[in-house]
Design a protein around this ligand. Structure first.
Ligand code: GLC
Length: 568
């Protein structure tokens, strides 16, 4: 009796402390891993996923209508880029109200519907939190710019110019102009790392911090499982406004190159990460970071010295690799694993040229897409896919300056064409507008949508889609892929990346031919604790008949992937 009473009290205390039951931190395996460590994340650009009301722009009901597709594909969580009210200068990354939905995408009711439908399918929702800046149309900024003594003046970064017509220092906006815009009304400059319509918040002001933490609480209470934190590297600036060092050469906008020593990656960023994490922990939520680290050391720092910052800082470094090199990937993956945290792999997103186009050699494009899938979806760690990767969507860059939507493309044309190319509508069918909408979509669909679309690829057993489908099924069911360590084999091979994922008695071999020529691969299994193991083929990307089932040479076609189970 007493025990029962005690248990009931304990349970109610627990549920008070963790109001968002869906996001709770409960281990999902014997290793104590959390749900997000076994999850495959899928990034959705809401403008471009599915248009339910046929106005040419995607929306929340469109996303809800595709949840069965995502579930069947093997997706556990979706990260949606911002759908909050916004003037859409940066297509949602200029937020004018953090606690509502832009009518273009739907209503809070639609959000709750999406959330409930997702929950039924055990798919978590991750929202995008634009922490560094707001829109210049946000009421906070409108107040801030209204007078020098407005109580919200110090919510943003206002400074006097150096002299008439001269900004406070030489900092540049990464989007092409100066980092400072003069406001004639109060005769001061405000700072913006991105567009002038995206003024930077002043994170040194505790009121800003409180307001943003409250935003996260608002959404946690509505059931979201976590946030992808936008542009965290740029949260702080040197209060002394020291000029950045000028470097040799010019950037894609024709400006002097600069080392961003004083307006990026300041140590104070980590204090904010810890605060966001504290709040996330109250709700059992997960934080993913847009962390543009230049090396593994910086990436490690984002986890926090006491594991008290981001659970999932994105490793975006592979997106910068030029070409395909087994050696480069091997060394990088080894370094990331050696850092001791849970890696988060990404090969493309809404700011980066699509992986299909980036790795294309015009001959083996589909094979390369499958091989890259086999790489980032069999590594130790979580993976974040980008919509359309599973069908081999390619970049569809604007053909002329007049067609460009993304302001950086207008400013930097033709060197910088902007990011429209990687944001085109999801290709659902071979029909008009790729089945995304019944009207002309906001961005054009490429001709390749005729062959590379969900409906056609579902019917083709050798499609990229079916490769992803099988790969994701393996990833969810094989203990070695979920929990195993990562052991590289044949480390001197310049063409083939081979490794074993090992968990207890389970071992899975992954062999990737990253070259354009046939490779006959004889592996030394000793580092993984095998001499001549038996191989049971689980999945191959090119020619299944070419796969062997004994531990001798493995014939690998150009850019092929081979995945097998090892046993003694
Ligand atoms: C991030 C977003 C990008 C956006 C920028 C400014 O880098 O991914 O799309 O333009 O932040 O918010």
């Amino acid at each position: 009796m007493f025990n029962k009473f005690f248990a009931a009290v304990a349970l109610s205390v627990l549920s008070l402390a963790t109001p968002n039951a869906f996001a709770q931190q409960k281990p999902v395996d014997a290793e104590g891993h959390q749900w997000w460590q076994h999850a495959v994340f899928y990034e959705i650009y809401p403008r471009s996923f599915a248009d339910s009301n046929n106005n040419g722009v995607g929306d929340l009901n469109g996303i809800a209508s595709k949840l069965d597709y995502l579930k069947d594909l093997g997706i556990d969580a979706i990260w949606m880029t911002p759908f909050f009210p916004s003037p859409q200068v940066d297509f949602g990354y200029d937020v004018s109200d953090y606690d509502a939905i832009d009518p273009m995408y739907g209503t809070l009711h639609d959000f709750d519907h999406l959330s409930a439908e997702a929950k039924q399918r055990n798919i978590r929702l991750i929202l995008d939190l634009v922490v560094n800046h707001t829109s210049d149309q946000h009421p906070w900024f409108k107040e801030s710019r209204s007078s020098r003594d407005n109580p919200r003046r110090d919510w943003y970064i206002w400074r006097d110019g150096k002299g008439p017509g001269q900004p406070p220092n030489n900092w540049l906006s990464t989007f092409g102009l100066s980092g400072w815009t003069f406001d004639p009304k109060t005769k001061q400059y405000y700072y913006h790392y991105f567009y002038p319509e995206q003024p930077d918040l002043n994170w040194r002001n505790p009121a800003v911090e409180k307001a943003m933490l409250d935003v996260t609480r608002f959404w946690y209470k509505r059931g979201v499982a976590g946030f992808r934190l936008d542009a965290v590297d740029t949260l702080f600036e040197d209060p002394a406004l020291t000029d950045n060092p000028v470097l040799e050469g010019t950037d894609k906008f024709g400006r002097h190159n600069m080392k961003e020593s004083y307006n990026k990656k300041l140590p104070e960023v980590h204090d904010v990460m810890r605060k966001l994490r504290n709040t996330a922990d109250e709700y059992g939520a997960v934080l993913i970071g847009e962390t543009w680290t230049s090396d593994v050391g910086e990436l490690k720092d984002y986890y926090g010295s006491k594991n008290d910052e981001l659970q999932m800082p994105m490793d975006l470094m592979m997106t910068g690799f030029k070409g395909l090199s087994a050696d480069q990937y091997r060394k990088h993956i080894a370094a990331v694993n050696a850092a001791g945290h849970w890696p988060v792999y990404v090969i493309t997103n809404h700011d980066i040229i699509r992986s299909y186009t980036r790795y294309s050699d015009d001959t083996h494009n589909d094979d390369i897409a499958k091989m890259m899938a086999a790489l980032y979806l069999t590594l130790r760690g979580s993976a974040i896919m980008y919509y359309g990767e599973e069908i081999g969507m390619q970049n569809n860059d604007p053909k002329s300056k007049e067609d460009v939507q993304d302001p950086i493309g207008k400013l930097g044309w033709p060197t910088e064409k902007g990011r429209d190319g990687e944001r085109t509508p999801m290709q659902w069918t071979a029909g008009p507008n790729a089945g995304f909408s019944e009207v002309k979509p906001w961005l054009p669909v490429p001709p390749s949508a005729i062959t590379h679309n969900v409906a056609s690829e579902m019917k083709d057993p050798n499609s990229i889609y079916n490769f992803y489908h099988q790969l994701l099924a393996l990833r969810h069911t094989e203990p070695a892929l979920l929990d195993g360590d990562w052991v590289p084999l044949n480390e001197a091979d310049p063409n083939v990346l081979a490794y074993v994922r090992r968990y207890k008695d389970e071992a899975i071999l992954v062999v990737l031919n990253m070259s354009a020529t046939d490779q006959n691969v004889t592996l030394d299994y000793a580092p993984a604790g095998f001499s001549a193991p038996n191989l049971k083929v689980l999945l191959t990307s090119v020619d299944k008949s070419a796969a062997v089932s004994a531990a001798d040479a493995i014939p690998m076609a150009p850019y092929s992937a081979y995945i097998a189970k090892l046993s003694k």
